[in-house]
Design a binder for this molecule. Structure first.
Ligand SMILES: C[S@@+](CC[C@H](N)C(=O)[O-])C[C@H]1O[C@@H](n2cnc3c(N)ncnc32)[C@H](O)[C@@H]1O
Length: 274
C-alpha cells in the first residue's frame, strides 16, 4: 500500500508543480465548482465554520468555498504543497499542510464539514480513507465526496469508449511523468477539436443539446486546462470507479444520515454525520 501511495504522491507532485500556480493565477474554471450547484449552500457556508479539504491540490476549491464564510484547512500528500500555500496565502483564512489522508494530523470531531473531490478513487483503500475523513467531522457536520462513475448507467457505446480509453492507462501510468506531460501537451489540440468544439456547436442546436452534455472535456476550451485534465486522467497509478449504490453505501456503512448522491460526470455525494 505504501508503495502505491508513494507512486501516487510522485505523479501528483509533478502535476501540481506544472499546473497549481496556473490553475489559481489564471482564474481557471474548475469542474468541481459545478458540484456545489447540487449541494445546499448551508452545508459548506457560514461564518465561524471550519472546513477540511482532503487532497486540496492547487487550493482552488478552498479559495472558492471560503468565499461563503468558512475558514478552511487543506491537506495534500503532494510535495508541491508549498505552491498551494502560496496560492492561498492572500485569503488569510486558509491553512495548508502536507499530509496523508490515512494519517490526518487532527483530533477527531473538529471540523464542521469536510470534502474530498476526485481523490479517494485514486487510493489503495478508498473506503478506509473515507472513514478517516469522516472521523474528523463533528456530529451533525457534513462530508462531501466526488467519485468517478463506472458508467453502469450509460450507453454500451460510452462503456466501450471508457474501456478503450482506460486501456491506455496500462501504459501511461508507467511512463515517466515528464514524458506523459509532453504527450498531454501534444494531445490537447486533438481533444479541443474532437470534444470542445463539437460541444460548443451541439449545445446551441436544440436537437443535439442532450448529446452535447455527454461529451467529455466539455467544461473548458482552454488548452492548458485540457493538458492538466489529461495528465490527471492518465497519470495516477490507481483509478477506481463506482455505481450510485456503492457511493451511497459508503455513507450508510459509516452511519450517516441525510445521504444524497447526484450524477455530475461522476458521483457528487454528501451526508450528515450522526
Ligand atoms: C485529482 S487530484 C484532485 C485535487 C483537488 N481536490 C481538485 O479537485 O482539484 C487528487 C489529489 O489527491 C492528492 N492525494 C493523493 N493521494 C493522497 C493521499 N494519500 N493523501 C492525501 N492526498 C492525496 C493528490 O496529491 C492530488 O492533489
Amino acid at each position: 500500500m505504501d508503495k502505491m501511495i508513494n507512486e501516487t504522491r510522485k505523479k501528483f507532485s509533478f502535476g501540481w508543480a506544472k499546473f497549481a500556480a496556473k490553475e489559481v493565477g489564471r482564474d481557471w474554471y474548475k469542474d468541481s465548482f459545478s458540484y456545489l450547484n447540487y449541494i445546499p449552500r448551508w452545508v459548506y457556508s457560514g461564518e465561524g465554520k471550519i472546513g477540511l479539504d482532503v487532497g486540496c491540490g492547487s487550493g482552488t476549491d478552498m479559495m472558492h468555498i471560503s468565499q461563503y464564510g468558512a475558514r478552511m484547512v487543506g491537506i495534500d500528500i503532494s510535495d508541491s504543497i508549498a505552491i498551494t500555500r502560496r496560492n492561498t496565502k492572500c485569503s488569510g483564512c486558509i491553512h495548508v499542510t502536507q499530509a496523508n489522508v490515512y494519517e490526518l494530523p487532527f483530533r477527531d470531531d473538529v471540523f464542521d464539514f469536510a470534502y474530498s473531490f476526485g481523490v479517494l478513487h485514486h487510493l489503495p483503500e478508498p473506503e478506509k480513507a473515507f472513514r478517516s475523513v469522516c472521523n474528523k467531522v463533528k456530529k451533525g457536520g457534513y462530508v462531501i465526496v466526488y467519485l468517478y462513475e463506472d458508467f453502469a448507467e450509460r450507453t454500451a457505446l460510452e462503456r466501450y469508449l471508457l474501456k478503450t480509453v482506460n486501456s491506455l492507462r496500462v501504459i501511461t501510468t508507467k511512463m515517466p511523468a515528464w514524458l506523459l506531460h509532453l504527450l498531454c501537451i501534444l494531445m490537447s489540440p486533438l481533444v479541443f477539436i474532437f470534444c470542445c468544439v463539437p460541444y460548443q456547436v451541439f449545445k446551441r442546436i436544440p436537437l443535439t443539446k442532450k448529446l452535447a452534455e455527454r461529451i467529455p472535456f466539455r467544461h473548458t476550451t482552454r488548452l492548458d486546462c485540457i493538458v492538466s485534465d489529461l495528465y490527471d486522467r492518465f497519470s495516477p497509478p490507481i483509478e477506481m470507479r463506482y455505481n450510485k449504490e456503492e457511493a451511497r453505501a459508503w455513507f450508510e456503512r459509516a452511519g450517516f444520515g441525510d445521504i444524497n448522491v447526484v450524477n455530475y460526470r461522476g458521483w457528487v455525494a454528501w451526508g450528515k454525520k450522526r
